[in-house]
Design a protein around this ligand. Structure first.
Ligand SMILES: C[S@@+](CC[C@H](N)C(=O)[O-])C[C@H]1O[C@@H](n2cnc3c(N)ncnc32)[C@H](O)[C@@H]1O
Length: 280
């Protein structure tokens, strides 16, 4: 019997109706959002083969990523189940070559079947009751040779930051995920790198690259001061976002997953193309 007072969808997902203001302020109104966008701006052209191909942005939220691709000549289809988030994206992207579809990821086979040469799904799977099935749905929508830019909230980083903040009991009990109640922004299904490796292999996807987004910022002991310090932090984040061992504790993990050109029956390469050494 669904609980009508619960903010979760019938599928058990946390659509962001009622969360748009809080999400906009606490992420994109703060340094954490600025760093995320600055790192994506540098990383996406390195991690993806981009040639103006159409892009499907799933769970596109407020539209920042859709805007980034649209400004680079991609025709974007933004799919988002929250009417509130979609309305804000529509306003932010007025005039850009973006088609808006109000639907959840689970409706992609009917609403945006593709096949797509390029799909982005950033910071969405951790808000779903069944992220594994969702990854399979995304994989099925990719054309042969198509690329999926997947970003997920990292469960291992969540444990680390809880310990750093002194939430020792919670960390020992491994009670890390949120419940999706009220206006909380702790994801209900944070993921591990091991899960992404296993599930993408199950779907026949090849893991081409991985990077950590915010490998330092979320563990800082004091707020960043002036612009000089912000720039230093960005350079550190950039230098180590693909370097061992730092990328593994990024607050988010950013992947390029590719559907092989031929059938997908060969065993996919599962290990990462991350760099062992920091960039100079
Ligand atoms: C943390 S926000 C990320 C938004 C955007 N992708 C970004 O990176 O800023 C998560 C988004 O996933 C959406 N979402 C939740 N459940 C979904 C579902 N079943 N299908 C697609 N999107 C979903 C939410 O409504 C919200 O807009």
């Amino acid at each position: 019997m669904p609980d009508s007072s619960s903010p979760l969808s019938p599928a058990g997902d946390r659509h962001f109706d009622g969360l748009a203001d809080k999400f906009a302020d606490s992420l994109y109104g703060a340094l954490r959002g600025e760093l995320r966008l600055a790192l994506l701006d540098r990383l996406l052209p390195e991690l993806l083969d981009l040639d103006d191909q159409p892009l499907l942005d799933v769970g596109g939220g407020l539209g920042q990523l859709a805007g980034w691709f649209a400004a680079r000549g991609h025709a974007v289809t933004l799919v988002e189940p929250s009417g509130e988030m979609l309305e804000r994206a529509r306003r932010a992207l007025a005039g850009a070559p973006v088609r808006f579809v109000e639907a959840p990821l689970q409706a992609l086979p009917e609403q945006a079947p593709g096949p797509w040469p390029l799909i982005a799904c950033h910071a969405v799977l951790e808000w779903l009751a069944d992220p594994r099935a969702a990854l399979a749905t995304l994989a099925d929508r990719l054309a042969p040779g198509g690329q999926l830019s997947l970003m997920v909230f990292n469960r291992d980083a969540l444990r680390f930051s809880n310990v750093v903040k002194g939430n020792l009991e919670k960390a020992l009990a491994d009670r890390l995920e949120g419940q999706g109640r009220r206006r909380r922004l702790t994801p209900i299904s944070p993921l591990t790198h091991a899960q992404v490796v296993a599930w993408s292999a199950e779907c026949g996807l090849e893991m081409r690259a991985v990077a950590g987004i915010r490998v330092f910022h979320d563990y800082l002991c004091r707020p960043v001061g002036d612009d000089t310090e912000r720039n230093r932090l960005l350079e550190l984040e950039w230098r180590y976002c693909r370097a061992e061992p730092h990328w593994r504790l990024g607050r988010y993990l950013l992947y390029t997953l590719v559907r092989p050109e031929t059938g997908g029956s060969e065993a996919p390469r599962t290990e990462t193309a991350c760099e062992e050494e920091p960039r100079p």
